[in-house]
Design a binder for this molecule. Structure first.
Ligand code: CP
Ligand code: NVA
Length: 290
């Protein structure tokens, strides 16, 4: 059975820390892994993407491989071919399959039939590749993850869930603050706090994501109203620990979930986070293809 990366917890704590060590090495030496020489990686996108597509595509090339970017609507999958048959065919040609789609069950189904590792590049439930880059950014900025507290404010969505699961696995104290109706389930393992000010007290990083995720457009108006008190702005960041940084997975909506002064200011590490997608995913590909 190939090893897959669907929720991020597959790595285990030791595997996760080793991956972050390796990602830092690869950031310092971008050509340092040629693990994909003469190999192909399928990157299947059913939803829009800027960072994930570019970071995977560039990362695979840096590792000596060939990325095949496949749009969902161009595949027979969009005409009813099953995820099972798609996985069986792709496995005959490529060394790994990355998938971005809405329904997490589709990624599980692909993984159930693929003979090569399947990587979740975002579903409505999980965004584990983002969590890897987030942890890498914390490691890089603070030098260690030991004793760190991260407060996520906003919708209890895929990004919040992956931070709770993968951040928790890495030993980070993750606090998630959301209004009623948008809370993360307690089973994800984060501490859940209603009041954003209370949530950020003592936090070393404060994290925001969009209020309207891909697929949630029909409820945009209610979401913006309910989530308005959960904006990451300078006043909220002032209530976190001294030296706290602001994080955001992007794309951002300045003036909504994050203020422009924080997004472009001196206390953010958001653009490093976006770069770190590539370094973390290269370490992931190397680990899965060992
Ligand atoms: N953060 C993130 O996954 O960005 P994209 O949707 O642009 O890939
Ligand atoms: N929660 C967002 C993340 C985008 C990277 C979404 O799913 O649209």
């Amino acid at each position: 059975m190939p090893e897959h990366f669907l929720t991020g917890t597959e790595l285990g704590a030791d595997g996760l820390h080793a991956l972050l060590d390796r990602a830092l090495e690869l950031k310092a030496d971008p050509a340092g892994s040629q693990a994909l020489r003469s190999r192909h990686v399928a990157l299947l996108f059913d939803k829009p993407s800027t960072r994930t597509r570019v970071s995977f595509e560039a990362g695979v090339v840096e590792m000596g491989g060939h990325p095949l970017v496949l749009r969902g609507e161009e595949l027979q999958l969009s005409r009813g071919e099953s995820p099972r048959d798609t996985a069986l065919v792709l496995s005959r040609h490529v060394a790994a399959i990355g998938v971005r789609t809405g329904d997490h069950a589709v990624v599980e189904e692909l993984a159930g039939s693929a003979d090569v590792p399947v990587i979740n590049m975002l579903t409505a439930r999980h965004h584990p590749c983002q969590a890897l880059a987030d942890l890498l950014t914390l490691r890089e900025h603070f030098g260690t993850l030991d004793g760190l507290r991260l407060a996520y404010v906003g919708d209890g969505n895929n990004v919040a869930r992956s931070l709770a699961l993968v951040g928790g696995l890495a030993g980070v104290d993750v606090v998630v603050s959301s209004p009623s109706g948008y809370r993360l389930e307690p089973e994800a393992g984060a501490r859940l706090v209603d009041d954003p000010g209370e949530a950020v007290a003592g936090a070393h990083a404060v994290y925001a994501d969009v209020w309207v995720s891909m697929g949630d457009e029909d409820t945009a108006r209610e979401r913006r109203a309910a989530l308005a008190p959960y904006r990451l702005d300078g006043a909220l960041l002032d209530r976190a620990a001294d030296g706290a940084i602001a994080l955001h997975c992007l794309p951002a909506h300045p003036g909504e979930e994050i203020s422009a002064d924080v997004l472009y200011g001196s206390r953010q590490r958001i653009w490093d986070q976006a770069e770190n997608r590539r370094h973390a995913q290269k370490a992931l590909l190397e680990a899965l293809l060992r």
